[in-house]
Write a protein that binds this ligand. Structure first.
Ligand code: G3I
Length: 305
């Protein structure tokens, strides 16, 4: 196959990208995005601050632009994200306790209901664990509403959209030996044991020199999958250039291809210039839209060549 989406489809996987609503009028951007990818994540447009700028006043204008672009171009949609400590609207940032818990659950219910039937998988909860190396939860206003806030969010999402796969999504859970990875693994294992609805784990996979692709990455993918959930690589980008970057991309894609329940890979933007960290040149197309060595490595891996 000659495109990333078609190559991934040969093994019933998808290959996606983050899409920014503000770039949908850039034809160089949409030409590549439409040609290469078959799954779309809104980079910012479905987050809490975008969708509920004032309490109980929902705004789906930008989110719908991304969703409609995906639908009209025959692509599936990943929802990102329903409950997160970051990018909360101001009114939510200052809330706490039962009022915040109820506001969070209302947000999950309303947004998942709006997009019901249109979303392949939701990142229900994003980045709920800390990076301090002890496997603890991240301190946040949501965490302070009680340790059960994550499962409450998943139950509300399932009730609102029973057809969407419900994912826990995080970064720095790529290295199997890290406490944060083990903590997320234990959360998912506990949810499966207690039949809390969870269908997938998203490994964001933002890699750079300080956070390299770990040598045990494939162990992480296969270990989560062995819990009985799908695994998706949800926000892949890798700092670098040339052959070295290409080899790292190949390693990550091959780790997914080796695990039946790793169902797809999404890169976090189209061209390097579209990236949230553009100076790292972390994506598959350069700023002029040319395919990089990393692109060829990924396409070859997906084609098994
Ligand atoms: O839209 C405003 C614009 O009106 C304003 O002029 C400009 C000035 O700073 O800001 C614009 O908003 C920015 C937005 O991106 C759109 O470009 C925000 O400041 C900026 O904070 C926001 O950054 C996003 C970041 O999440 C926020 O947390 C990045 O685009 C987005 O790529 C990034 O994505 C996250 C995932 O959601 C979760 N995992 C990590 C990943 C990378 O940080």
């Amino acid at each position: 196959a000659t495109t990333l989406g078609a190559a991934a489809a040969q093994s019933s996987r998808y290959f996606g990208t983050a899409i920014s609503a503000g770039k949908l009028s850039d034809s160089a951007y949409t030409t590549i995005a439409n040609r290469e990818f078959d799954m779309v994540t809104a980079e910012n447009e479905m987050k809490l601050d975008a969708t509920e700028p004032n309490q109980n006043q929902f705004n789906y204008t930008s989110g719908d632009r991304v969703a409609n672009w995906a639908t009209s171009n025959g692509k599936r949609l990943r929802g990102h994200t329903l409950a997160w400590h970051s990018q909360q609207p101001g009114w939510m940032q200052s809330m706490s306790g039962t009022a915040l818990r109820n506001a969070m659950l209302n947000h999950v219910t309303q947004v998942a209901t709006h997009y019901r039937g249109k979303v392949y998988a939701w990142d229900v909860v994003n980045e709920a664990f800390s990076d301090n190396g002890d496997g603890s939860r991240r301190d946040s206003n949501l965490q302070r509403t009680g340790n059960d806030w994550i499962e409450a969010a998943f139950r509300a999402a399932r009730a609102a959209d029973p057809g969407a796969k419900l994912c826990y999504n995080d970064y720095n859970i790529d290295n199997w030996s890290h406490a944060k990875t083990q903590a997320v693994y234990n959360l998912v294992r506990d949810f499966k044991a207690r039949q809390v609805p969870i269908d997938c784990v998203g490994l964001q996979a933002h890699f750079n020199s300080g956070n390299p692709v770990p040598s045990n990455f494939s162990t992480t993918v296969s270990s989560f999958a062995a819990l009985g959930v799908d695994v998706q690589i949800t926000e892949l980008d890798i700092q670098g250039s040339g052959t070295d970057q290409a080899n790292k991309y190949r390693t990550v894609v091959n780790a997914c291809l080796a695990v039946a329940r790793c169902t797809g890979v999404t890169v976090w933007g189209v061209r390097d210039s579209d990236s949230w960290r553009a100076s790292d040149t972390p994506l598959l197309f350069d700023g002029s839209g040319n395919k990089k060595a990393a692109y060829t490595a990924v396409l070859d891996a997906l084609n098994g060549t």
